[in-house]
Design a binder for this molecule. Structure first.
Ligand code: ZN
Length: 359
């Protein structure tokens, strides 16, 4: 993710914080100043938010370390003002594994609650109430932290995608059903809940409307993704490969790339020299280069040098996952011989065709 500050590497996983986090911190300072709190009070509020985000990070590590047990790596963990995001390289598809990975996050928050509870019992005045961010003090700090962790656990266990609870529900259903059917049912339940939230939100808290919309869209995305994936089962990259593709040479100019773009159907091209793929160039990159570098600049300077190659025999489901992550044109090889290309559009067309055939 761009514009993120690296915090370090723990258990081999990069942890970073998004710049928009600064907005959250300034908002806390501003709202403290506006409510007339002093410096000490403001510092307590900031410390409180930072501690919450430490708990969110631990929640994400719950997922990441559980996934590691099943051989799934986590690329990085990013902290956003709305919460954390652990980017797992793939989602485990065995119900038992998905269940463990999904529930590990909320379990971390429950563990924190259980750890804090005895401390609060002895040190805090039990009459403490839930405080707003402008009234965190040394007396109510732990109590509020425990409450937030309880809330994080419950919120994440709402049985709807994209929450952890949605995955828990799907995993439980998938013990008895096919995965895409389990997903469809879990998504339907989640969407009914979402409609409930939206409806309730109109009469009480507008924040609930937002959560409802977020869940509704999440459920839809998950169903489409899983359905698409189930259609790809049994096929390989070779079945959808584009055998006719257009290429550019690194010494060609942007002008030549523009001509190629206007003359044909292709929107992205391989840059090849001596039968060696050196990079790719797509429509957006060509347009961008045209305005920033001018039409006589060479392709070599502007091409995307990151190359993700596929093998012809790779299962299409795996290729779909890779393409979702990289969203770019990929060269396809068979026995080290370049035989064609593949991009998102090829797979989407294939899914559309299969979809039409199955109706
Ligand atoms: Zn989670």
């Amino acid at each position: 993710m761009k514009y993120a500050l690296q915090l370090g590497k723990f258990f081999g996983i990069k942890v970073q914080i998004h710049w928009s986090f600064l907005i959250l911190l300034s908002w806390i300072v501003i709202s403290n100043v506006r409510s007339g709190s002093g410096t000490v009070q403001t510092l307590w509020s900031i410390l409180f938010v930072l501690t919450i985000f430490l708990c969110v990070t631990l929640h994400e590590f719950g997922h990441a370390l559980a996934a590691k047990r099943f051989g799934i790596k986590t690329k990085d963990i990013t902290l956003l003002p709305i919460g954390g995001l652990a980017r797992l390289e793939s989602i485990p598809e065995k119900p038992r594994e998905e269940l463990i990975v999904a529930i590990a996050g909320p379990l971390v928050n429950i563990a924190i609650v259980l750890l804090l509870y005895p401390l609060i019992h002895f040190t805090t005045d039990i009459t403490s109430t839930i405080s707003s961010l402008t009234s965190i003090t040394s007396q109510n700090f732990l109590f509020n932290l425990m409450f937030i962790n309880l809330w994080l656990a419950i919120f994440n266990l709402i049985p709807a995608f994209p929450m952890d609870g949605g995955r828990v529900l799907r995993a439980l259903l998938a013990f008895r059903l096919e995965r895409h059917k389990a997903t469809a049912i879990a998504a339907r339940i989640g969407q009914m809940l979402a409609v409930g939230f939206i409806f309730l939100g109109f009469f009480s808290n507008p924040f609930l409307v937002l959560i409802g919309l977020f869940i509704f869209l999440g459920a839809q995305g998950e169903t489409e993704y899983t359905q698409a994936k189930s259609m790809l089962k049994g096929y390989t990259v070779n079945d959808v490969i584009m055998k006719q593709y257009q290429t550019l040479s690194p010494n060609d100019t942007i002008k030549e790339a523009v001509a190629l773009l206007l003359n044909g159907q292709s929107k992205s091209f391989l840059v090849i020299d001596n039968e060696q793929v050196l990079g790719t160039l797509n429509r957006d990159e060509i347009i961008k280069a045209l305005s920033s570098e001018g039409e006589n600049s060479s392709i070599n300077h502007v091409m995307n040098k990151e190359i993700v190659a596929l093998k012809a025999e790779t299962p299409l489901e795996d290729a779909w996952q890779i393409i979702q992550q990289h969203k770019m044109l990929m060269p396809v090889y068979s026995y080290n011989q370049l035989i064609g290309t593949l991009d998102t559009e090829n797979i989407l067309e294939f899914i559309m065709i299969k979809n039409a055939e199955s109706k």
